[in-house]
Design a protein around this ligand. Structure first.
Ligand SMILES: *Cc1c(COP(=O)(O)O)cnc(C)c1O
Length: 227
């Protein structure tokens, strides 16, 4: 299978799952997770109409951002944000999905150029509550988002999670349902929160069933990663 075939298959699957779960057609966006992939792989997807790419490491992303040019191309940072990389991320990316520390948010805000629209932000939530996992606790999301309000160079769009792998649709839906309920509890006061970034190649159906608006797909699109 080529990247172009995989892309067409995933797009068809997303449309079918929107229908299956009563989601509005076109309400789930595909983010192509391109970490570890060579620029040729991204170009193949771009040429087939894929315009949103997710990268995890600035060191690796830099050359791809330089090599690929398209007016509608959008770059999403989805990896852990190191404080010494906030400037290039704030300049080069359109979204950051993995914001979970106020210090990181402040630095992204301060570095976001006035010439660009505000940087879109998702707050990463530790839905499993495991100490080893990145993200803030579900119970602290409201306070954290309130603390981001002064940062006018950031557009807080919603929540992101990467739950521990589970097998079976029902088990996979549980953490996504928790994230969805968390967002629903916030939108009365913050209607601009319109994004649930959740679901990978392993659990895309569960995420779409629970309201994902962005699914982050790497392996199913580009094949197994080699490190
Ligand atoms: C790598 C990665 C993905 C994609 O995972 P696949 O299983 O390859 O689809 C999604 N989200 C994050 C945060 C990732 O790091």
């Amino acid at each position: 299978m080529t990247i172009v075939d995989n892309l067409a298959g995933i797009r068809a699957e997303i449309r079918a799952l929107e229908q299956k779960y009563g989601r509005r057609p076109g309400s789930v966006d595909l983010l192509a997770v391109s970490k570890t992939r060579p620029v040729e792989a991204l170009r193949a997807a771009l040429d087939a109409g894929q315009l949103a790419f997710g990268e995890n490491y600035w060191q690796e992303a830099e050359a791809k951002l330089t090599a690929l040019r398209h007016p509608d191309l959008r770059w999403h940072f989805i990896g852990p944000v190191q404080t010494n990389k906030t400037r290039p991320i704030a300049v080069g990316f359109d979204w950051a999905h993995s914001v979970a520390r106020l210090k990181v948010a402040r630095r992204l805000h301060d570095a976001r150029p006035e010439t660009l629209p505000p940087l879109n932000i998702c707050v990463q939530v530790n839905v499993d509550g495991e100490a080893s996992k990145a993200g803030i606790a579900l119970t602290e999301v409201g306070d954290f988002i309130a603390a981001l309000r002064p940062f006018k160079r950031l557009a807080v769009r919603g929540l992101m999670a990467l739950p521990a792998p589970r097998s079976g649709l029902e088990a996979q839906r549980r953490p996504f349902a928790a994230l969805r309920a968390c967002l629903a509890g916030l939108t009365a006061q913050a209607p601009q929160l319109d994004t649930l970034s959740m679901g990978t190649s392993q659990d895309m159906e569960a995420a779409i069933a629970e309201g994902a608006t962005i699914v982050r797909i790497g392996t199913a699109l580009f094949g197994p990663r080699e490190y």
